[in-house]
Design a protein around this ligand. Structure first.
Ligand code: GYE
Length: 332
């Protein structure tokens, strides 16, 4: 009797122990096909997201979209705001690697300088998804995919609109985005591709306004000081800088939207408000709502499905003619 009791106790202890050890390694999966199966598979996911910062309304909308989609799907999102600095992004990627996240999502502030840290991620077997901005690397196996708009085409769209409005005769000042960033480089290139075809379409000044409203205003004030009445149009690489420039033009009594044409890129609510007020002429939409597509892509990647190397978001231009009609339906 005593012997049997002893055996049972030992057996239970062993079973209990091995069960606990198992549980530590991997949680009991839900029964196959059960309604919770899919949700709980996603729930186990940990994703590190290294964001550029909060320089613009566009950026804030992107952050919100990714955070809320993560929450909706029960993904454990580790969010890191780099405050516009690449070294902060590199640090946070190293942290994500140390924490053994399942996937890293990176919105890279600039195009170059990523190889060493992405090699570390690759060596740890952690896939990296680039969102919204591309990078320059010699080995493109360092990232799984890039989800972004075609910034060159956005620049072309802005320039074509200006050609239509002016017949290709116009003096332009350009407010560039963050130096070295993909959208600043490509939006400048796309615009120039078109404007170069018109000898009287001249970019008389071009400088970075760092994608912010405050810097856009400051640089515009300097442009007004040096060029004054020569300025016939403003091309801003994002809406925030255009809104800053509009303030500077208003302060100088230069009548933005009429006396001086203003065109920008992003399509945020503030831009639609400025179009309704007649101060901004047009904006090229660049959709920041990355949440759903980012997590759909992560699911595909982890399921072993082939994911294209580049997923391109489609953009279009809005001008004052439809701003009032669509403003209420805008999602950001
Ligand atoms: O246009 C701008 C921003 O990378 C596409 O970054 C993005 C750009 C966007 O801060 O507003």
């Amino acid at each position: 009797m005593i012997r049997r009791f002893f055996l049972v106790t030992v057996l239970l202890a062993v079973l209990g122990f091995s069960n606990a050890a198992c549980r530590k390694e991997r949680p009991e999966p839900p029964a196959e096909g059960s309604p919770d199966e899919k949700a709980s598979a996603t729930k186990a996911l940990t994703v590190g997201f290294s964001q550029v910062g909060a320089e613009s309304a566009w950026r804030t909308a992107e952050t919100k979209s990714i955070k809320s989609e993560a929450q909706r799907r029960g993904v454990n999102l580790k969010f890191s705001d780099a405050q516009g600095r690449q070294e902060n992004q590199i640090k946070s990627i190293k942290n994500f690697i140390a924490q053994e996240v399942d996937v890293i999502v990176l919105a890279p502030v600039v195009e170059t300088g990523w190889e060493p840290v992405l090699k570390e991620a690759k060596a740890s077997g952690i896939p990296v998804i680039l969102v919204d901005r591309g990078i320059e690397v010699s080995d493109d196996s360092l990232y799984a995919t890039l989800i972004a708009s075609d910034f060159v085409e956005e620049g072309r769209m802005a320039a074509r609109w200006l050609v239509e409005m002016t017949g290709g005769k116009v003096n332009i000042v350009e407010l560039q985005g963050t130096v070295g960033s993909a959208p600043a480089i490509d939006r400048k290139r796309g615009f120039a591709e078109i404007s170069d075809q018109f000898p009287d379409m001249k970019i008389i000044k071009s400088q970075s306004g760092e994608f912010t409203r405050a810097k856009g205003k400051e640089v515009m004030e300097a442009f007004i000081k040096s060029e004054g009445g020569n300025i016939q149009a403003v091309y801003a690489h994002n809406d925030d800088m255009a809104l800053g420039a509009i303030q500077a033009l208003d302060d100088a009594g230069m009548n933005p939207g009429r006396g001086v044409l203003v065109i920008s890129i992003d399509g945020v609510r503030g831009a639609f408000e400025a179009m309704v007020a007649g101060k901004l002429n047009a904006t090229v939409e660049c959709n920041p709502l990355f949440g759903p597509i980012t997590f759909d892509t992560i699911d595909k990647l982890l399921a072993g499905d082939t994911v294209p190397k580049k997923i391109v978001n489609r953009d279009r231009l809005y001008d004052q003619s439809e701003a009032a009609q669509v403003i209420d339906s805008r999602k950001y």
